[in-house]
Design a protein around this ligand. Structure first.
Ligand code: PMP
Ligand code: GLU
Length: 416
């Protein structure tokens, strides 16, 4: 919502150079992704020889586990290189249904699953198929930067709803009730949250789901960080499918391979919904991209079904994310003791206030993050991208050394 600031605009292919071309109303309010732009800019500056620490990217710094890559290479050699059905390979949809519903009371039906080119596409499919002109969609704020854009591209109206800061911004039915009107059709949030790392308990999810059911609102729960969770050892973060299906109304749960499996570039995401909505999303996708890349689907099948290997690979990465959470919070407490942050229970970000650095020149997070990049070479994402110009987000999906050096450098601008 709102354009990219000047220091980031260049990272998005520069400005418009086509004065004679007119563009559709469909994209009248389109703003490029700031999370992607920060990362692109950081890579460009590093390639130019600048000493850059990129804490912008929401991308694991691990390579995809080798056994998954081998499965894809083997698949390509065996000719798994053709189109698949729009909703995905049948065996993969079945495996995803089992994976998503394990230990829950929801049915493991492949007909409820649509595989897409990233959870980004899963979420867009859902927004486009569910919302349209005149509809309002509540978005838990701070939000992942793409939700409002996806709703706007569907020609509906995004309505950010902030939970209270002392509850780490987690929403309550009271927050939702205050923000809703008779036009409210949807509710979107992530748990664990990007950007805060806050995680809803099962009881809190149940309260929101009951509110949504009673108001006839479709709940879209983005659970892409579900396995990057710092609760009990080996446990996933609570998700909407853990609820009693009888107590939940219309529901879409999205997830994908990018985070827990370090497979960002493979572009595989998926959704669990009613079979009816899944059929619509599949039909929509059949005209837009058809299917997630076939070798990537083959790799995903392997990733979800070789459970012993998967558990070992994921545990190794989770251990690093957990250690870095401890590292970054310790560094903030030591070096920036007056700087409030949300203590993350999941995902791989730290969301912290930068308004302590505001002065005559620095008046918002955009200004502060531009100054931090310019003076210290540390790339972080300004809170405007997530709906709050007092905050910024740093990724902890970087080496311990980069995190430590990054926080030390930021402290020079943010004060201590
Ligand atoms: N949801 C959230 C909250 C994210 O941070 C991301 C990160 N890219 C996505 C969805 C989409 O992930 P992908 O398209 O790589 O599956
Ligand atoms: N989701 C990641 C982030 O928030 C990757 C970039 C994106 O797709 O937004 O940084």
């Amino acid at each position: 919502m709102g354009g990219l600031p000047a220091w980031l605009a260049d990272a998005n292919n520069g400005t418009d150079q086509s004065p004679h071309m007119t563009f559709s109303q469909n994209i009248a309010r389109l703003t490029p992704s700031a999370t992607v732009a920060v990362s692109t800019l950081a890579k460009k500056l590093a390639a130019e020889g600048r000493d850059i620490i990129n804490l912008g990217a929401g991308e694991p710094d691990f390579d995809t586990p080798g056994w998954i890559s081998e499965a894809a290479i083997d698949g390509i050699r065996r000719g798994r290189t053709r189109y698949t059905p729009s909703a995905g390979l049948p065996e993969l949809r079945a495996a995803i249904a089992s994976y998503m519903t394990a230990g829950t009371d929801y049915p493991a039906e492949a007909a409820r699953i649509v595989v897409s080119a990233g959870a980004k596409q899963s979420l867009f499919n859902a927004c486009f198929c569910l919302f349209g002109p005149g509809d309002e969609v509540l978005i838990g704020s701070p939000y992942w930067t793409s939700y409002p854009e996806m709703v706007t591209l569907s020609r509906a109206e995004p309505v950010p709803v902030a939970g209270s800061e002392d509850r780490d911004f987690l929403l309550t039915p009271g927050d939702l009730e205050r923000a809703s009107t008779e036009r409210t059709r949807g509710l979107i949030f992530s748990t664990p949250s990007n950007p805060t790392g806050a995680v809803y308990s099962k009881a809190q999810l149940g309260e929101m789901a009951a509110w949504a059911r009673d108001r006839g609102v479709t709940m879209i729960s983005d659970e892409i960080y579900q396995e990057i969770y710092f609760g009990d050892e080996g446990a996933k973060a609570p998700g909407a499918l853990d609820l009693d299906p009888g107590s939940v109304g219309d529901l879409v749960v999205t997830n994908g391979m990018s985070k827990a499996y370090a497979m960002t570039g493979w572009r595989v995401g998926y959704s669990y919904s009613s079979p009816g909505l899944a059929a619509k999303m599949s039909a929509f996708q059949s005209h837009v991209s058809l299917n997630a890349a076939t070798p990537s689907q083959v790799a995903t099948f392997e990733g979800l079904t070789r459970q012993g290997d998967a558990a070992r690979s994921k545990a190794r990465m989770l251990e690093a994310f957990r250690r870095r959470r401890e590292l970054v919070t310790r560094l903030f407490d030591e070096l920036l003791p007056g700087c409030p942050y949300v203590r993350p229970d999941g995902a791989f970000y730290l969301y912290f206030r930068v308004d302590g650095a505001f002065d005559g020149e620095l008046t918002c997070a955009n200004d502060v993050c531009a100054r931090i990049l310019e003076e210290t070479g540390v790339a972080i994402v300004p809170g405007e991208a997530f709906g709050d110009p007092r905050y910024a987000r740093m990724s902890t999906a970087s080496s311990d050394e980069e995190i430590e050096e990054g926080v030390r450098r930021m402290a020079r601008v943010l004060g201590g």
